[in-house]
Design a protein around this ligand. Structure first.
Ligand code: NCD
Ligand code: ZN
Length: 365
């Protein structure tokens, strides 16, 4: 069963006529899990076909905690690119309780990483080496503030007593707001925002805060995960929330507001890891990301704002140049494969096999 039958997107068709074709500067993915080994080789071509650059998440096993590890991982990604691909990985450092401010600064000055990722310990996949006390990280955060290095935050509470649907809200109140106050010069990206309240907090701090929005959180709500039975391939963290939040995310993405930009959080897991007694968190959205985002902008009557969200806002926040090439998307029905093979297993593609109303027409590097 495909998602469009599962879930009516609920968008009212825009009154104004929308273009059937759109050419924008090449977009970047500001949040991507490429993994390593066979998985890296299987999923990277999809991200590289869509995006010029990617902020590479460091939650490998073991995590990317040193600049030497980041440099080596970067080389493995470059080596796994399809022939002719110019995809540029932008590396990140996985913060732990023992990360040193000097190491962070050295890796940044040497051009090895552009940002550091804060996972509250245990909050998500491979986050068990994450940070147990954000206050204890103050020397590192002060240094990042001083040198202009970005902090990327997985914003969910880790107290098992907090309801899973409230973990983002709890974190924002108890951890993010105090952090933004303590470090007014620190540039912070709230990754994969899923609630209306998080969006309000980001807007209120947009001089130094921004948020990435995933394709799947613009399409599914929490009911979708249980539609007709339990759907492990729609389970990710933060878990999708109520419909009012999905509508708020769509409004934020299509608003043109510079504090919101693409971050697919494409997070592949093998089918056997998804379809087991305890399913891993993560949706593999990398193969259908732009088709999904542009569909949302079309449905919301906001195609004229798609380039800002996809290709301008993130680069501006990161202080990086906008890409010179372009990509053309067209209103033409297309499909992506239901799954992609990885070794002798496979990864299920978000919206794979579904008829997608928009297709990628051409990439002009
Ligand atoms: C991500 C993963 O699998 O690495 N999973 C997810 O559900 N999004 C980790 C993360 O970004 O939370
Ligand atoms: Zn992620």
């Amino acid at each position: 069963m495909t998602l469009d039958r599962l879930f009516d997107s609920g968008a009212t068709r825009p009154a104004k006529a929308q273009a059937d074709r759109i050419t924008i500067k090449r977009p970047d993915d500001w949040h991507v899990h490429l993994r390593d080994g066979d998985m890296l080789r299987s999923v990277l071509p999809f991200t590289a076909a869509q995006f010029a650059r990617g902020i590479i998440m460091p939650n490998l096993v073991p995590p990317v905690t040193t600049s030497a590890m980041a440099a080596a991982y970067r080389e493995r990604i470059l080596a796994a690119r399809p022939d002719g691909s110019d995809f540029t990985p932008l590396m990140t450092c996985y913060l732990t309780d023992t990360t040193s401010a000097d190491d962070i600064e050295r890796g940044y000055r040497d051009g090895i990483w552009v940002a550091a990722k804060l996972y509250p310990a245990g909050a998500t996949t491979n986050a068990h080496f994450g940070v147990t006390s954000i206050a204890g990280l103050a020397p590192v955060l002060q240094r990042m503030e001083k040198i202009g290095m970005k902090l990327l935050v997985h914003g969910e509470a880790t107290d098992p007593a907090v309801d899973i649907f409230d973990r983002e809200a709890d974190f924002m109140e108890k951890e993010l707001l105090p952090l933004l106050k303590r470090h007014p010069g620190l540039k912070v990206v709230v990754e994969h925002a899923t609630t209306a309240e998080t969006l309000d907090i980001v807007r209120a701090h947009k001089d130094h805060a921004a948020a990435t929005l995933t394709p799947h959180h613009l399409i599914i709500n929490r009911t979708s995960i249980f539609q007709g039975g339990l759907r492990p391939h729609l389970y990710c963290l933060p878990v999708a929330k109520r419909e009012r939040h999905r509508l708020a995310l769509r409004a934020a993405a299509t608003s043109g507001d510079p504090c919101f930009f693409i971050g697919t959080d494409t997070a592949p897991h093998t089918r056997s890891n998804k379809e087991r007694e305890c399913c891993s968190a993560g949706v593999f959205g990398g193969a259908t990301a732009l088709q999904t985002y542009v569909q949302v902008f079309d449905e919301e009557g906001a195609l004229d704002r798609f380039e800002a969200f996809a290709s301008l806002n993130g680069a501006r926040f990161y202080g990086l140049p906008v890409n010179t090439g372009t990509i053309t998307l067209q209103r033409r029905a297309g499909t992506m494969p239901p799954a992609v093979s990885v070794g002798d297993d496979e990864v299920v593609v978000f919206r794979g096999g579904e008829t997608l109303p928009w297709s990628i027409e051409a990439v002009q590097p």
